[in-house]
Design a protein around this ligand. Structure first.
Ligand SMILES: *Cc1c(COP(=O)(O)O)cnc(C)c1O
Length: 358
């Protein structure tokens, strides 16, 4: 359906985000949505169970004080420099509304997390889309507005998605210095797999907002918790939007689980290291099969085979019960994004590819 007399006028024009498939079938090797292949820490599960047994009839803490305190301690910030919400997608939505809903355009790369353009559509934010440089790299010097005109701000993912390529911290700092009068949003959804976090720059840059998620590196995609860090005026803007939208974005189970996840740093470090180790092995083996693999600092690799069509490869893999992500988008249509699985899942993928490639 493309319209109905019951719809608000804006709804027919929305272009919603299309998430990767969440199949109902069991026994698939699911490497299409960048979930962590390892379950969350047992301490997280125990904390959620304990929370389920006490007080679910009551609303949760609307300010998530305990969780924000734990995140602040972890990152050397004040609790009031931390914002949390029901997924980093929701954090991003609030940030776009709070910071970028202006007459001047938001600057963003052409190949990046596709939800950014969806939020711009939702909120009527004009965009200035900048092509990635050679090698599908972000060149921060190009992240500027049209010559001589104002901008609303800049958004980058670091490491970028779906390329996996990370920017050194000096480049993020350069970007912040290029735009002292504008908010720069750095989406660090994948930073824990080997990227350099900009959280340490917050004290010196009032224009910096960093977002992160517990969905990837903390194995909690099913719990839906995301966060933002920044100086107080940016965080207050997010709080004003959140409290005009949903005062209780995180339920009791989510707050308890997320808190326990931030308290179990040993488990987090161990599972991140295992993913990084598998990623390096996977990249080498894909290269042995003739793939070109971009250098990844994330929990996925972005690869293309010079002789084989990517959409066909994805379809052939699916027939063999292996799911990977393919984007029908200019410039990246010949790439596959493959989430890093357990060693056994990586083996299933490589065996299926060996069969397909013959
Ligand atoms: C996965 C992802 C998110 C969203 O994370 P959620 O907290 O699960 O909503 C945000 N940004 C990027 C770049 C991502 O890949």
């Amino acid at each position: 359906m493309t319209s109905s007399p019951f719809w608000s006028p804006v709804v027919g024009g929305l272009v919603p985000y299309v998430p990767g498939e969440q199949p109902k079938l069991a026994n698939l090797t699911k490497l299409n949505t960048n979930e962590n292949p390892y379950p969350p820490s047992p301490k997280v599960v125990a904390a959620i169970q304990a929370a389920a047994e006490q007080g679910l009839q009551l609303y949760p803490d609307p300010e998530s004080v305990a969780l924000r305190g734990a995140i602040a301690r972890q990152y050397g910030l004040q609790p009031d420099q931390v914002f949390v919400a029901n997924s980093s997608d929701e954090v991003l939505a609030h940030a776009f509304f709070a910071l970028f809903q202006q007459a001047a355009p938001l600057v963003l790369p052409d190949v990046t997390y596709s939800f950014y353009q969806v939020y711009c559509g939702l909120y009527g934010i004009p965009m200035h889309v900048v092509p990635l440089a050679d090698g599908l790299r972000v060149d921060v010097e190009t992240l500027v507005g049209p010559a001589g005109s104002e901008i609303a701000g800049v958004v980058v993912a670091n490491p970028n998605a779906p390329t996996g390529i990370g920017l050194p911290l000096a480049q993020i700092e350069r970007l912040l210095q290029m735009h002292p009068q504008h908010a720069v949003l750095v989406d660090e959804a994948y930073v824990d797999f080997g990227g350099e976090s900009a959280v340490g720059l917050i004290a010196r840059y009032p224009n910096l907002l960093v977002t992160q998620t517990l969905s990837k590196s903390r194995s909690l995609a099913g719990l839906r918790v995301g966060l933002a860090c920044g100086q107080r005026p940016l965080i207050e803007a997010l709080e004003r939007v959140k409290n005009s939208f949903n005062s209780y974005p995180l339920g009791r189970l989510a707050q308890a689980g997320a808190l326990a996840a931030f308290e179990d740093q040993a488990y987090f470090a161990q599972t991140c290291a295992a993913v990084v180790h598998s990623r390096e092995g996977l990249a080498l083996q894909l290269e042995d099969m003739g793939f070109e693999v971009l250098p990844s600092q994330a929990n996925f690799v972005f690869a293309r085979h010079p002789q084989r069509d990517a959409a066909e490869l994805a379809a052939e893999l699916r027939k063999r019960a292996v799911l990977v992500r393919h984007f029908k988008q200019a410039r990246i249509a010949q790439y596959l994004r493959i989430s890093v699985g357990t060693p056994a899942q990586c083996d299933s993928l490589l065996q299926a590819l060996a069969q397909i490639l013959g």
